[in-house]
Design a protein around this ligand. Structure first.
Ligand SMILES: [Zn+2]
Length: 339
């Protein structure tokens, strides 16, 4: 994107991944990982998920070099190149895990993808990186069932739409929900046809703290993935629920992201799954993003939770945690008939 630094209109910038990578390098986190350069995907890869219309829109708007493709998704002269490389990073990560070269992979790439539907770019997303990587590995005869865990601050509406009628793909999204303007992401969206029960939304209140995420993880996400028993776990890893994020309005810190890492590691072992593939989505405070990714990676690597600067005690609002307990109970009531 043609913006030099984060601002109120332009927070999805190169600084995000540059700073996060620098931080991970400096803290020694990258010493323990195999680093692989993301290849550029082909246009036909995007066709596994997207309409030709969407692909043409990205192409034409890249040629124009400015303007808006959809709600809050902007064009730049390098858009197509960057978008295809983000897809390539997601596909390559998934390939490495399926080939057994790595048990877990993390794609530190942008632009994000989980808001892009089959036909519409939106919300800083153009191609749905995770959905394309998922379809790509499902061509492998050993990959029959995939669970997608989306913990980005926002509802993964694009991924949800793409797999809404696919009984072999479980989609679980935990997100901030706007209870003043009921929109997509409510728990009544359970999937379609044979896929009923495979779409699980956990719509939490604004300003939800660590405790609400931990409750949802134990009461909904853990049993849901255990029952579905996927061959592989895909993670839409957005870190904009961090309290320091300029876009999300939640109140969690890196301890929650460590917990997600540890949870996915344990689940992969318990289910004897191939592994997990993490695709970066949101996370717009470059300083918080590095620490959040580090916490996730250390959880995923089976390390103790790291003590990080962002882990400060903050005011607790019992009305929020209590409302979330009720929401989580309603989620369970809604999906129970399908279990
Ligand atoms: Zn987000």
């Amino acid at each position: 994107m043609p913006f030099a630094r984060p601002s109120i209109e332009a927070f999805e910038t190169p600084l995000r991944t540059q700073y996060a990578e620098r931080y991970l390098e400096k803290e020694g986190v990258l010493n323990d990982v195999l680093r692989v350069k993301a290849p550029k995907a082909k246009l036909r890869d995007a066709l596994m998920v997207h309409s030709p219309y969407l692909i043409d829109t990205v192409r034409i708007m890249t040629e124009i070099g400015s303007g808006e493709l959809g709600e809050a998704s902007y064009a730049s002269p390098d858009l197509m190149r960057a978008a295809l490389r983000a897809v390539g990073g997601a596909m390559k990560s998934a390939e490495l895990v399926v080939a057994g070269e790595s048990e877990h992979a993390f794609s530190l790439m942008r632009p994000p993808g989980h808001h892009a539907t089959s036909s519409d770019p939106m919300g800083l997303c153009y191609f749905n990186n995770l959905a394309i990587a998922t379809r790509h590995i499902m061509k492998d005869e050993d990959v029959n069932k995939v669970s997608i865990l989306d913990f980005d601050d926002h509802h993964g509406n694009g991924t949800s739409e793409i797999f809404y009628a696919d009984a072999n793909v479980q989609f679980i999204s935990i997100h901030e929900y706007d209870y003043d303007n009921f929109g997509l992401g409510y728990f009544t969206e359970v999937g379609y046809g044979d896929a009923k029960g495979t779409n699980i939304n956990i719509p939490l209140m604004e300003t939800s703290p660590n405790a609400s995420y931990e409750t949802a993880l134990e009461k909904v996400i853990r049993p849901a993935i255990r029952r579905f028993a996927p061959d592989i776990i895909m993670v839409s890893a957005g870190f904009d629920a961090h309290y320091a994020d300029p876009v999300g309005n939640m109140d969690v810190d890196s301890r929650v992201f460590w917990r997600f890492g540890k949870f996915v590691r344990d689940m992969v072992h318990k289910l004897k799954a191939m592994g997990s593939v993490w695709i970066l989505e949101g996370g717009y405070n470059p300083f918080a993003l590095g620490q959040s990714i580090r916490a996730s990676l250390e959880g995923l690597a089976g390390k103790h939770p790291p003590k990080l600067d962002d882990q400060i005690e903050r005011e607790v609002f019992p009305e929020i945690t209590e409302a979330n307990v009720e929401i989580i109970d309603k989620v369970l009531e809604t999906i129970d008939p399908f279990w």
